[in-house]
Design a protein around this ligand. Structure first.
Ligand SMILES: Nc1ncnc2c1ncn2[C@@H]1O[C@H](COP(=O)(O)OP(=O)(O)O)[C@@H](O)[C@H]1O
Ligand SMILES: [Mg+2]
Length: 248
């Protein structure tokens, strides 16, 4: 990160500008069934990076994403995200972690009885942020995702792509350090998938670190971003400007 970039004052890691946003060290995840979902996984993601997470169904992509927001607790190893030692986090600290990390899912997960604007505002309102601050952040998030004109609609009056944009607005409204998307285009057709991936790229250009789990091989291979490959719970490759399928 260059020292010409604007700093945010939210923690020493940001001030130094050199700490990774994500560090996994020899992480193992085992579900109560005894199934090992991740083993020996180590990686770092630096501020400003855009990375794809790929691998067949069951490879451990969603488990890895769950680790980053403490939905999933590792059996062993370390998980550091946005300056938090997530593997050792006290339950009372989890909300502070989640404010630094936005997450979007394949199935959008919008509140059906709230408008786009209300869905977007909700995450900030629960932090007790002042009204004017919430309003300004919501306007900005809706503008970024291109939903200003549809702000008063309910989710069931939106297309799939619009619903995913609303979910992205909600994920970025708190100005997170990291935006994670777990198969964000899994329910969308190819043209709309491209638009959503382009939007995630634009948000990355605004300075947000982005991690996207996806099966969208055309998008991954065309964009030539970092590709982190999982298979059977193991990290099998990590390539700058990679393709969806392992080269060679
Ligand atoms: N809550 C759970 N309980 C037991 N096993 C699980 C659970 N979640 C995922 N798994 C198993 O862990 C493995 C990895 O799953 P997941 O992380 O969802 O992979 P992916 O997102 O790459 O499809 C799979 O074998 C899956 O069946
Ligand atoms: Mg998954």
């Amino acid at each position: 990160m260059s020292n010409l970039e604007p700093m945010n004052t939210d923690g020493a890691a940001d001030l130094l500008g050199v700490e990774p946003v994500v560090t996994l060290r020899d992480v193992r995840v085992q579900y109560p069934s005894g199934h090992t979902a991740l083993a020996g996984v180590s990686l770092t993601i630096n501020p400003g990076e855009f990375a794809f997470l790929v691998g067949p169904s069951g490879a451990g992509k969603s488990s890895l994403i769950g680790l980053l927001v403490r939905d999933v607790i590792p059996l062993s190893g370390e998980v550091h995200v946005a300056g938090h030692a997530v593997h050792a986090l006290q339950p009372s600290e989890v909300p502070y972690l989640r404010r630094r990390v936005g997450v979007v899912f394949q199935d959008f997960r919008l509140l059906q009885r709230r408008t786009v604007r209300e869905n977007t505002a909700f995450a900030l309102e629960v932090t007790g942020a002042p009204r004017e601050e919430v309003d300004a952040a919501v306007e900005r998030a809706l503008r970024i995702v291109g939903l200003t004109a549809l702000a008063e609609r309910y989710p069931d009056a939106l297309s799939g792509g619009e619903q995913q944009r609303a979910a992205i607005a909600r994920a970025i409204v708190g100005n997170p350090e990291l935006l994670i998307a777990d198969e964000p285009t899994g329910n969308l057709d190819p043209l709309i998938s491209w638009e959503i991936m382009e939007l995630l790229g634009q948000i990355n250009q605004l300075g947000v670190t982005v991690l996207v789990a996806t099966h969208d091989s055309d998008v991954v291979t065309t964009l030539r971003k970092r590709v982190i490959g999982l298979e059977g719970g193991r990290l099998i490759r990590d390539e700058a400007r990679g393709t969806y399928h392992r080269a060679g």
